[in-house]
Design a protein around this ligand. Structure first.
Ligand code: PLP
Length: 440
């Protein structure tokens, strides 16, 4: 009914309806905006995010969880730009923070205390005070000692701290890199499984502490259901023990983040199956379920745009030298992470090359031994899946100003972080008041 013969079912969507990154004769687009145009106006390197892609991911996860009493608390550390935080707040999410700085950002983006859960293995007293003043929904506490310190800080302030215990469920997860596994035995995160009951008992007796939940976070870039199911089963078991031992009722179960997105083609989590599995497990539990997705919401919503500076050959190898380096995108060198890279304008010829940055480190690469478009000087490359743990991990190493961030929304875009200047590099340094000679 009403089908137009002019728009066959499999036709490419019109430019204005495109979401995320797609290709037309104009080259790669972000939503409806050509990346070439952004590079021309904002320079390179430059991070570019699709607002609609973030909305789409949020919608998918919400849809998968609709049978559960739940709330998504976006993990701020994945991408903490204020514009991204505002966008995610408008969608209805809360946040998961891991520092006082992230608390500051969350409040600046308009979140209030009840939207915030505070995680992290090493909270300082100052951070606890700030979070108590903001009346955060709950603290995810990671050790018995932290619980005592939190109690003392809350008591001193005449405040009250709601606490979930972060349990190390001691499940092994298979993530692409061991740095992103957090829920195994002998890791720094969480309270060892067999000590949780004792810590809970202690917590029930501590002043100014109310124990209201349990928490886990088993790792990042997890594409299987089994670690979640195994972890949740262990948490549910503990919940029963704690409730009867302490004569309390736990109201929250925070299952952390970690949902994988596709960096290559098939390593994403099946979010529908994930929703069904946890709904089957938790649907009848009379618990409010919190999730802390980071990467899932923003990972594939961003690219790093970079321009080719040089080509060269050395030791029988091809090198593509780009104007983005490890200081801009650390994941390849830190996690040996794979990021798909393609030319913004179709090249049509391929090569195999190392894609490397200008930083004076052999570990400064974006890709090694990669089948890639045979780009030349001045061509633009898009480094995909750079929306999470990209800009937030950028540094000024080699005194390189950090790149700008751009948010595309349909057919419009705005700079949400300016490119740093040389003055920015020395702003916090006390010798900086003396200007270089010749400058007034
Ligand atoms: C990093 C982190 C997350 C988010 O992880 P993703 O893999 O980005 O989903 C969630 N919760 C905690 C406690 C974290 O440290």
């Amino acid at each position: 009914m009403g089908k137009s013969v002019l728009t066959p079912k499999n036709a490419a969507p019109a430019r204005a309806e495109r979401i995320g990154f797609s290709r037309t004769v104009e080259g790669l687009l972000c939503d409806a905006v050509p990346l070439e145009r952004i590079a021309t106006e904002c320079g390179t390197p430059c991070y570019v995010y699709s607002a609609n892609q973030i909305r789409t991911q949020y919608g998918k996860l919400e849809e998968a969880l609709r049978g559960l009493d739940h709330r998504l608390h976006y993990s701020v550390k994945a991408n903490s730009n204020l514009a991204i935080l505002r966008l995610i707040r408008e969608l209805g999410a809360g946040v998961d923070i891991v520092s006082g700085g992230e608390l500051y950002r969350a409040l600046a983006a308009g979140f209030s205390g009840e939207d915030i859960v505070f995680s992290g293995v090493g909270k300082t007293e100052r951070e606890m005070e700030e979070a108590l003043r903001a009346r955060v929904l709950l603290f995810n506490v990671e050790s018995e000692q932290e619980l005592h310190v939190l109690s003392a800080v809350a008591k001193r302030m005449g405040a009250h701290a709601s606490v979930a215990l972060r349990v190390n469920p001691e499940v092994m997860v298979d993530t692409p890199h061991h740095y992103t596994r957090t829920g195994g035995k002998g890791m720094k995160f969480g309270i060892p499984f067999d000590e949780v009951l004792a810590v809970a008992r202690a917590g029930v007796d501590l002043p100014n502490i109310e124990l209201i939940g349990l928490d886990m976070h088993v790792g990042s870039q997890i594409s299987q259901l089994a670690p979640y199911e195994a972890g949740l089963q262990r948490l549910l078991h503990l919940r029963g023990e704690i409730e009867s031992a302490g004569n309390i009722r736990l109201r929250y179960l925070d299952m952390g983040g970690g949902l994988a997105v596709a960096y290559e083609l098939d390593d994403a989590i099946d979010v529908g199956a994930f929703g069904k599995a946890i709904t089957d497990l938790l649907g009848s539990q009379r618990l409010r379920i919190l999730l802390e997705p980071g990467r899932f919401l923003v990972g594939n919503a961003g690219v790093l745009l970079t321009r080719v500076l040089y080509r060269k050959r050395s030791g029988g190898k091809n090198f593509i030298i780009t104007d983005a380096g490890m200081n801009d995108l650390l994941r390849p060198s830190h996690y040996n992470a794979y990021h798909r890279i393609e030319a913004v304008k179709q090249i049509g010829v391929g090569t195999v090359a190392d894609v490397v940055g200008p930083v004076c480190e052999s570990g400064d690469f974006l890709a090694l031994d990669r089948q890639i478009d045979d780009v030349v000087r001045d061509d633009l490359l898009a480094v995909h899946s750079a929306g999470a743990y990209g800009f937030v991990m950028a540094s000024n190493y080699n005194s390189r100003p950090r790149p700008p961030e751009v948010l595309v929304d349909g057919s419009t875009f705005q700079v949400i972080t300016q490119r740093e200047s040389y003055e920015d590099l020395v702003r916090a340094e006390l010798a900086a008041e003396r200007q270089p000679k010749g400058k007034k």
